[in-house]
Design a protein around this ligand. Sequence first.
Ligand SMILES: *Cc1c(COP(=O)(O)O)cnc(C)c1O
Length: 395
Amino acid sequence: MSHDPSTDLIHHPYRPPEGFESPAIGVHKGSTVFFPNVAAMRSRSWKDKSAYTYGLHGTPTTFTLEERIATLEGGRHTLLTSSGLQAIMLVNLSLLRSGDEVLLPDNVYGPSRELAMHELARYGIGHRIYDPMGGAEALAAVITERTRLLWVEAAGSVTLEFPDLRGLVRAARERGVTVALDNTWGAGIAFRPFDLGEGLGVDVAIQALTKYPSGGGDVLMGSITTVERALHEQLMMTHSRFGIGVGANDAELVLRGLPSLALRYRAQDESARRIARWAESRPEIVQVLHPALAASPGHEHWRALCKGAAALVSLVFHERHEWPAVERFVDALRVFRLGYSWAGPVSLAVPYRLSAMRSIAPRWNGALVRLAIGLERTEDLIADLEQALAALGTD
Ligand SMILES: *Cc1c(COP(=O)(O)O)cnc(C)c1O
C-alpha cells in the first residue's frame, strides 16, 4: 500500500542491517516503545531488563550505563537518577517511613543534611547527626530502636576526614541498620564499597555520576547500586513510581567518560597530592586536609582501605588571615576557577565557612578553601596558588 510521503516518512520500510559495532554506545531515544502485538505488550517485563516497554523503564543506552556502573561499584544492580542528590533522596524515601530515623555524619554532603531537615522531617522521618570520627562507639550511642538507615561518606565532604568505615558498617550491621554510602569520592576506584574486607560491605552505594564517571563538568546524573536483589527491587519500584528517568544524551556523555575514569582519577590524585604537600610547606596554611597526608584526620583508616585518593584538597588558613583576605586570595586565582562540583578538567576553588556547616564544633577556626584539582599541569596550578597567596596581604 502506498501512502502520502508525509506518512511514509513516519512509517518508512527501510531497516538498516544488524551488526553495527563501534566504541560508541548507541544513543537510543524514546518515550514510546513499539510492541509487535498485544501479547508482547502484555508479557514484556522491564523489571529484569529482558525487554523494553517505555522510555522511563529503560533503553539499550540506559541499561548499558546501569550495567557498567554496577561493574564500577562492584555491585550487581544499578538505577540511574537525574542527579547525585536525587539518588540520595530516593534511597531515603524508598527505605524510610514515618517514625523512622536516619543517621548522617556531621561532614555529610551539605544538601543531604538540608534534605533531612526540610523534606524528610515533613514526612515524619527524623535524623540524627553523628561524629564520623568517633568510630563504632560514637555511632552506637546515637542508634535507637527507630534507626533504620545509616549514611556514611569516605572521605567526608569539605573537611575530608576519613572514617573507620569497617567499624561503622559493623556497628550498623550488628543492630540491623541498613548502610548507604555516598561513594562519589571513592568513585569505585579508591576502594570496593561492597567488599571492605572482613566480610563487610555497604548495602547501597550512591554516586554523583556528575563527578568522576562523567569527568566533563557538563552533565548531572546519579546512581544507586546494590548487590542484594530484594533491596534493589524495593529501590527500583520507588524509582519507577516516582517517574525518575535520565535522558539518552546525558547517559551517552557518562558512557563516554567511563573508559578514561581510572586514568583521570589517578592523574588528579597524583596532582592533588603534590599540591597538598606543597601547601603543607606554606606558613599561611595551618592545616592541609587530604587523607593521604599523615596529619590529615583519619589518615590511618584511609591507608588501611584505599588504593587512591580523589582530586580534593582543603586548605585551612591561619587565623591571622581573616575572611576578607582569604576572599582576596580566592578572587586572585587565575587558573583555578570559582565554582561548585569537581572531577572535571578545570581546577576549582570554593571558600567554606565551616562554623555554619557543622553540628559538632570544627577543629579549626580559620577560613577554609576547598580546591578541586583538574587536569591542568600541576606546576601551573602551584604557580597560580603562589601568586594568589601574595594577595592575602598582611591585614
Ligand atoms: C556532588 C555531590 C553530590 C551530588 O551530586 P549532584 O549530581 O550535584 O546532585 C552528592 N554527594 C557528594 C559527595 C558530592 O560531591
